[in-house]
Design a protein around this ligand. Sequence first.
Ligand code: PLP
Length: 395
Amino acid sequence: MQAKDRLSRRGFVGGVATAIGYLGLEPASNAWGLDLRTATSARPRQQGNEYDGLAKLGNNENPYGPSEAMLEAMNRAWKYSNRYGYPDGDITQKIADHHGVDPDHVLLGAGSGEILEVVGLALLGGGKAVVGVEPTYSTVYRTATSIKGDAIAVPLLDDYRQDIPAMIETTRRNYRDVGFVYMCNPNNPTGRVVSAQEIRQLIDGIPEDIPVLVDEAYHHYVQDPAYATSLPYVLEGRNVIIARTFSKIYGMAGMRLGYAIAPPALIRRLEPYSTGTINALVKWGGVAALEDKASELRVRDDAIQLRTRTTQKLESMGYDVIPSETNFFMVSIGRQVQPVIAEFRKKGVIVGRPFPPMLEHLRVSVGTAAEMDRFMTAFTEIFPVANASNGGRSG
Ligand code: PLP
């Protein structure tokens, strides 16, 4: 089927929701005319030395990597690298204990990306749709497209928060076609949170047999007291799946570990789709990470401090920044972001890809202090201060 046909077929919800079948990524350009080959090629695949020298502010990673305690635990696990049935530090039990649930509530994934895919594969069969916002982290939408499911994306509000009443209304209106609701909290790429009260409104507002997948990849960075994890809904036995990752605060993106917490009946629906390919080192590293609260807090505080310092500088230059509760932020640059990303790249700084329809916003991950200095130097070269009043107030 042509991308164009999919797009028109997905117009069925009309009104508040947009069809986003284009995320299947075969076409050279999408509904906004964005060149997808260029967008994808912004992701680094450089060899050794060149990659090492770049300021990597494009993927919301922890710039420091695993803590000492985690590295030591992983080093001790090398001795299992030639084994299958090795001791794995009881990682599933440790995650369960960490959240006060039984191990039958836990499913491990090779990164939470695998969890998102598994949920899509398990719950979108037979042409079902995922309801979410746009822009958001789009793995579940891609999975939907790849298995001929659907994705119904609701636009963000003017202040870039997720539109909970519209999500409820869209879900109810398409009840029979909806496989699950995807809620990224805090949202990537905006960094904004959905409050605990809004989550309750959503969960209570949709039919109770429709699962809600709450992606809490950036949970550890949130300071807003209105936010809360949605884990208590799992404990209540509600149809809720929480996705968490060791890639962000724990610095293990390259090692691949994430997990789902959900009621056992839901976990059993997901299990047949998971590969279980998690390596010995990362399991032991994960156990150490959960025990190393001091390192976790250091990484969090450092990211928040550097984010605040950088965004304050941008604001003082007249640029609007979306308030973020994560280790990244979005700045409104008042012009198309794609060529700007290329300009940063020429200066050795990788920044986030375009996030349609927010094509005049640049997403910047918080790196080390030195990387943020490199970002600000590049920014002031690309956007001389004299232009700020034109560039900074476009919303
Ligand atoms: N969810 C969100 C919101 C993300 O931003 C990411 C990665 O950037 C992931 C999930 C996937 O992370 P991983 O597969 O490394 O756990």
